[in-house]
Design a protein around this ligand. Sequence first.
Ligand SMILES: [Zn+2]
Length: 274
Amino acid sequence: MRFQPGVIAPADLRGDCLWLVFQGARLLLNDDVVQGYFPALKNFSWLGMDEVARQYLGVWESLPVFAVSVPESAIPPEGYHFEDLRRILGQVDDELFALAGRAFQILEWERSHRFCGRCGTPTVGHAKGERARICPSCAFSSYPRINPCVIVAVTRGDEILLARAQRFNRPMFSTLAGFIEAGETAEETLLREVQEEVGVVVRNPRYFGSQSWPFPGNLMLGFHADYESGAIVLQEEEIAEAGFYHFSNLPPIPPAGSIAHALIQSFVARCRRT
Ligand SMILES: [Zn+2]
């Protein structure tokens, strides 16, 4: 493992640290990636920007890692630029993307838990160094929350069910996905979502793998499943277009680095083998 998570920064920081600096959902990158994607410097102040919040994340290949948020007005120093977190997916390696996603989610969690959700009192950090915001009045504690989602590749022989969501602003077709509701299993969500969104009944869900998806704090649980019955009927508020596509003739699909891409590619590889 290249990353070891931690909550409390070492007291004695002498060498360089890795700084994951966010301005909203935009991340500070080196202009020249030969130096690595993210700034590695001893002091954050060398970047010449104010900081709004700071969280220690752990150690990446011997470098202590900090997530820092800066004001909307901050201007990146020479040699750096801000890039939308989504746009670096598939550009940096998966582990670095996951680290950046972790940084973003922890900063967002801290920003949205400054007050107790139960009684409104300003929260404080955890006394023993857990990643939690504690209410000094009622003792309610808030940990970073992950929202589990199911994402499923429904297949029928050599064809895969892909849909273009209304919210996609470009012609991209993906596998269906939806949030797990309170009280549901992942498999129940899968059957419900597919039926709701395209009116099709599926069977035989098989777990594929998972991916942290920091937009804003989801855990995508990937599955394959088989088409069972039904004609496609769109849930029009969500889905603009959907169909079964032959593996040799797919429409534009999500970029490499996403679990949707990995699911679709594993289906294509399976078809090519048979
Ligand atoms: Zn409280």
